[in-house]
Write a protein of this length. Sequence first.
Length: 254
Amino acid sequence: MDISGNTIFIPGATSGIGLALALALKDRGNTVIIGGRRTDLLDSLAAQHPGLDTVTVDTADAASIQQAAAQVLARHPDLNVLIAMAGIMRVEDWHAPESFLASAESVVTTNVLGPIRLIAAFIEHLQSRPAATIMTVSSGLAFTPLKATPSYNASKAAIHLLSESIRLQLADTGVKIVELVPPAVRTGLLPGQEESEFAMPLDEFVAEVVGLIESQPDATEIQVERVKFLRYAEARGDYDQVVATLNTADPHGK
C-alpha cells in the first residue's frame, strides 16, 4: 500500500485507532472518508477537520453497510483502499450462558461479519481499481489469548486467517490484502484502557504504523514492535510464559 495518493474508506473511525489513523493518512496526502453510527459526531469531526468526508454506517447491520457503500462509491468512484477498522471488545464470564452469550454474538457480528460484509460490498469495485488495498484489523490477541475476552480473541483469530485466505484467492487480481496487527493501545476499547500503562500510547502506535506503511509498501502484515511479544510467542517457543505474563500484567486479564 502506498502511503499517499489514495482514496480511503475507514468505517469505525470516529474515535480511537480508526480516527487517529484516518487523520494521519489524510495528512499524508490521501482522501479519507470515515464512517460511524452517529451523524452528529461525524458532522462535528468533518467541521474540525476540513477535507475529511463522512458517511453514516453501522457495521453490525448488513443493510447499513450496503447503503454506505453505495454512498461512498457514488461520491468517490476513485476509491482504492478499504480499512475495515470497526470492532468491539467485551469482558466475558463463560461459566454460565447468561453471562456471555449475548456479548459473544455481538462481538462476532461486529468483528467478523462486519469486515466480511464490508469486503463483499467493495470487492468488485476494488478489483477494477489500480493499486487497490483491503486492510483488515486483527490483534495480538489473535495469537496469544487474554482470558477475560474469549470472543474478541476468537474474532481476531478469525480475521487473521480470513486475511491469509483471501490473500491467496485474490492473488490473481490487483487487490492487496494487508493485515494490521495492533497490541493493546490506549483507546476506549475497554473501560480504563485509555489510562492503562500496559497499553501503547495511541499517537506512538499510529506514528509507527504510518512509518511501516511508508517503509514497507509490500508488507502483508503491519506489526509494531510492541505486538511481536504476542504475535510470535508460539514461534519463539515461549507461548505458555507469554500467556501467563499477559494475563498477570494486564488488569483486564484477572
